[in-house]
Ligand binder design. Sequence first.
Ligand code: ATP
Length: 236
Amino acid sequence: MLKLDSLKVNYGYISALRNVSIEVQAGEIVTLIGGNGAGKTTTLMAISNLVNKASGTVTFKGTDISRLAPNKIVRMGISHVPEGRKIFPALSVYENLISGTMGNPSLGKEKIESLLELSFTLFPRLKERLKQDGGSLSGGEQQMLAIARGLMMDPELIMLDEPSLGLAPILVEEIFEMIVEIRRTGKTILLIEQNAAMALSIADRGYVLETGNVVLQGRGAELLEDSAVKKAYLGY
Ligand code: ATP
């Protein structure tokens, strides 16, 4: 479904991505793990064409989207839930959700209703707080809202940047369970995480990034057992 071929991204003199090639098949959960500054966020930004690529290509369902405008990439079916949630604090939960549909003008009223229902099934707490301002939600609820908003454009692929960042352990578990549920609804997921143990435990496949390079790849379960991964990212 998604193929990144030899991506290179620089910020001035800093090489953020040196050579990143990854693939995501339809229906998979694929995770990118790596330490601070490894290039995980930049990889998602490069897919959404929010940063300039020095070289390399991004192909989605056989189409080269490397130079497509970010809004067109969304319309092709790729939703990007950025790090730090970035919900609209002064808009209600309902308005935040509806804002997600603006990425996809082909959605009709009925489809929007069914997407709202899906959000409420996945995140019942959002339904209870529909009229509340986004900014008044707890950190975990804001993360749920950001993910739900990302689903409101009815994407085929949803990219999640550090959804567990800053959340209490119990909420982290809840978010990961939701990610598995979202895959069950037929979505494909590209997940970036510092919480390597959780991410690899739900992922079909994973890639390890270090200083802008893919240094290891494999099935989630295999990477969990890999001694280098254990030492560098799992702390044992
Ligand atoms: P983190 O988990 O800390 O967000 P990451 O793996 O997502 O890390 P990136 O944010 O992609 O890593 O950063 C990759 C490299 O690019 C780092 O060296 C970072 O300092 C640098 N970088 C990121 N954004 C910018 C920017 N806007 N300007 C200059 N350098 C940047």
